[in-house]
Ligand binder design. Structure first.
Ligand code: GLN
Ligand code: ZN
Length: 724
């Protein structure tokens, strides 16, 4: 077995430095480009990535980290796990990813605790596994033709099965899946590949004894393949915990560990193996502290002879290049490292001789958490508030509302781009936004909604908008990170102490309120969500950062209330996202996250109704924490997942609006369907606490769809109200 290279990264961004892949995909999907043109765009991105990594001095170049859509979907294709119904589609790969005429796509969900979404494989007794190694072999050959030897990266068998729709049924197919991986190892060996990387991030979460046994079986078997490349099993997003000794006892030659999130404890078990030490974070945008990284490497070297310097996970989760951000404040830019800079850090660390002495304390000031200043007794008990609000708002039973955004038209987006480019003046933009607010108010009045919204036309994005108006944040010009498929976001960078120099939303809320007699909700993003969707400073504990943001939101709530806004919604769609992967850490997280939300909202008086909104599957698992937010009304995604949450909401103690309309699809629900969902809700909750609303904001829909859908929602609510 050739020695493992001295430096490597676990993966790299693939959307292209200028989002070339996004453009190529969209052209192909629209029929403006052929499949060959799409493939050529992919090949160009791969070639420039390998060239760049080699230029930067990286020794171990990965391949097969490119994907036209998603690496988990690629793995399903590799293993032949294409559900029968997609096989006849014109393009089965994209039919699984995005759907095709008459075929719904496979489900999509979050990749561990990142903001990346993968396609959920469907594995069952009927899955006919059959290896199709064209993609990894093709990339090995393609790189070789350019003069580079590479290490193919594939999702490992245990993680692949555990991530599928029914993990238990999938794990029952372990033997058959392993047969495919054995064949893959043989094919890679025949191709002259020295090392293969099998990604097993699922091993850093709690695993049952049966799942740990699957790890043992898998890597015993793969280790015993006669002719195979060296086996490098990469873990990331946390410490391997109980899986570490299991993996250590198998014949794999190299193990990757995340030393940013986990410590070096237990690594003695890996004696005799190469430890691929993830000391450069793949999850943030900060330069690595050389002394901290050196200390982590020294700790590993105590236990292992062979140590490779690497990133903590794939660099997929960070933007390409800081030098593409000339607009950033130079002092801030000097603190940042995107993918290119992180590769250089890995290379530099691999070339530094192991330090004899501890490098001393690094500059990171671990300030003590801000004292838990009391934010006042705040609000009365829910029942008392509910009475005060009922008197003020005079709403009917089953009030109908929406989640906040109305369709973002092309004209609005173009106007915003015009302001950025200097071709549209701020005043003209402002008057267009006001016109849009008025249109949205009139539409809601006409449709007969009870609690109106202003429609959020002034917001590009629910987090970026606030980041642009708060101190302590910076936004990038090109810092795109893949969210799923061709979709990218530009997470703001929270780099300093957060404060709110002046009111942000008050004039919009006040203007909307002045247009109508009906109550209009003020609309804010919650502290946890603002932090979850940003890159966050690492010199303060996360809970302290969230608390600073909560204080800024609290000031905005106070000003909205003072401006006479009767209802204030503070969205927390990302509450579940930051939930730690290990169960033992979850209660502690929920406690401080809920406390931050209450800090943000508890300054409101009893007569001001606080709403919150959450949207993701499995909300039922944290329903008690959601109730603990103590919002007067919670609107929550439900229709999309077949209203499963209704089984759990019986104990919910406050107003609740389980969504009656899946906004992810262009389909218009009819009134009978909405009525059916409402009847189910009324069977588990008192009518006086039931709200009627869509699953989420309407931003991505068209006005045509929204008008038709909301008309049916209003009709269904009115019909039922008459019965109550
Ligand atoms: N108020 C936001 C909207 O309606 C909420 C979006 C979200 O939950 N992701 O767009
Ligand atoms: Zn939502």
């Amino acid at each position: 077995m050739p020695a493992f290279p001295q430096s490597t990264v676990l993966g790299y961004p693939r959307i292209g430095p200028r989002r070339e892949l996004k453009r190529a995909l969209e052209s192909y999907w629209d029929g403006r480009a052929t499949r060959d043109e799409l493939e050529a765009a992919g090949a160009a991105i791969r070639a420039s990535t390998w060239r760049r990594l080699a230029e930067l001095g990286l020794e171990g170049l990965p391949s097969n980290t490119f994907s036209l859509y998603d690496q988990v979907l690629d793995t399903a294709v590799l293993l032949g796990a294409v559900p029968e119904r997609y096989r006849e589609a014109a393009d089965p790969y994209f039919a699984m990813a995005r759907g095709a005429d008459g075929l719904a796509p496979l489900r999509m969900t979050k990749w561990f605790d990142t903001n990346y979404h993968y396609i959920v494989p469907e594995i069952g007794p009927e899955t006919a596994f059959k290896l199709d190694a064209a993609k990894p072999l093709g990339e090995v050959r393609e790189a070789r033709a350019l003069g580079y030897e590479t290490r193919p990266v594939v999702v490992g068998p245990v993680t692949f099965l555990l991530l599928s729709a029914d993990p238990e049924a999938a794990l029952a197919r372990l033997d058959d899946v392993l047969a495919c991986y054995e064949e893959l190892l043989g094919a890679l060996a025949a191709e002259g590949v020295a090392w293969v990387q099998l990604d097993e991030p699922a091993l850093v979460a709690d695993r049952t004894p049966a799942e740990l046994a699957a790890v043992r079986t898998a890597y015993e078997r793969l280790g015993n393949v006669a002719a195979r490349p060296g086996l490098f099993v990469a873990s990331y997003f946390g410490h391997l915990g109980e899986a570490l000794p299991v993996l250590a006892a198998t014949p794999v030659e190299a193990v990757g560990v995340d030393l940013v999130r986990g410590g070096a404890d237990g690594l003695a078990a890996l004696a005799g193996k190469t430890v691929v030490a993830g000391v450069v974070s793949g999850r943030d945008v900060w330069r690595t502290s050389p002394s901290r990284a050196a200390r982590a490497l020294a700790a590993v070297r105590e236990h292992a002879d062979q140590v490779t310097v690497s990133t903590s996970c794939s660099l997929l989760h960070v933007p390409y290049d800081v030098t593409a951000e000339p607009g950033l404040d130079p002092a801030l830019r000097g603190r940042l490292a995107f993918a290119e800079q992180k590769v250089s850090e890995v290379v530099a660390l691999s070339r530094t001789a192991p330090p004899v002495q501890d490098g001393g304390e690094d500059a990171r000031a671990h300030r003590a958490g801000a004292a838990d200043v009391s934010v006042g007794a705040g609000r009365s008990a829910y029942e008392v508030r509910a009475r005060a609000q009922a008197e003020r708002l005079k709403l009917p039973l089953l009030p109908v509302t929406t989640i906040g955004s109305f369709p973002q038209t092309g004209e609005l987006r173009a106007a915003r781009a015009g302001v950025a480019a200097g071709t549209l003046d701020a005043e003209e933009y402002e008057s267009r936004v006001r016109a849009e607010v008025e249109r949205v108010i009139r539409l809601q009045e006409r449709l007969g909604l009870d609690v109106l919204v202003h429609g959020e036309p002034e917001r590009n994005d629910m987090v970026q908008y606030f980041a642009e108006h708060l101190e302590g944040f910076a936004v990038t010009a090109n810092g795109w990170v893949q969210s799923y498929g061709s979709r990218c976001t530009r997470p703001p960078i929270l780099h300093g102490d957060v404060s709110r120099p002046e009111p942000i939303t008050v004039r919009w809320a006040a203007y909307a309120g002045s247009l109508t007699d009906r109550p209009v909700k003020g609309m804010l993003t919650g502290p946890v969500t603002i932090v979850a969707w940003s890159f966050v400073r690492d010199d303060l504990p996360l809970r302290d950062v969230v608390r600073q943001v909560a204080d800024a939101v609290r000031e905005e709530v106070r000003d909205l209330e003072a401006a006479g806004v009767p209802i204030i919604q503070v969205d927390e769609p990302a509450l579940r996202e930051l939930l730690p992967l290990r169960r033992s850490a979850q209660a502690g997280y929920l406690e401080w996250a809920v406390a931050a939300y209450r800090r943000a909202t508890s300054g409101a008086g009893d007569r001001t109704q606080i709403h919150t909104h959450l949207c993701y599957s499995n909300a039922d698992q944290i329903l008690a924490a959601i109730d603990g937010l103590d919002a007067d009304v919670t609107t929550i995604e439900s229709a999309r997942s077949g209203a499963r949450i209704l089984d759990a909401v019986g104990s919910f103690g406050r107003g609740l609006g389980p969504g009656v309309y899946d906004i992810h699809s262009p389909r218009v629900p009819d009134a009978a369907e909405v009525e059916g969902l409402l009847r189910r809700t009324l069977a588990v909750l008192p009518a006086g606490r039931v709200w009627v609303n869509p699953d989420c904001g309407l931003k991505t829909r068209t006005y045509e769809e929204v008008e038709a859908s909301l008309a049916n929602v209003v009709a269904a609510a009115a019909g039922l109200r008459a019965e109550l």
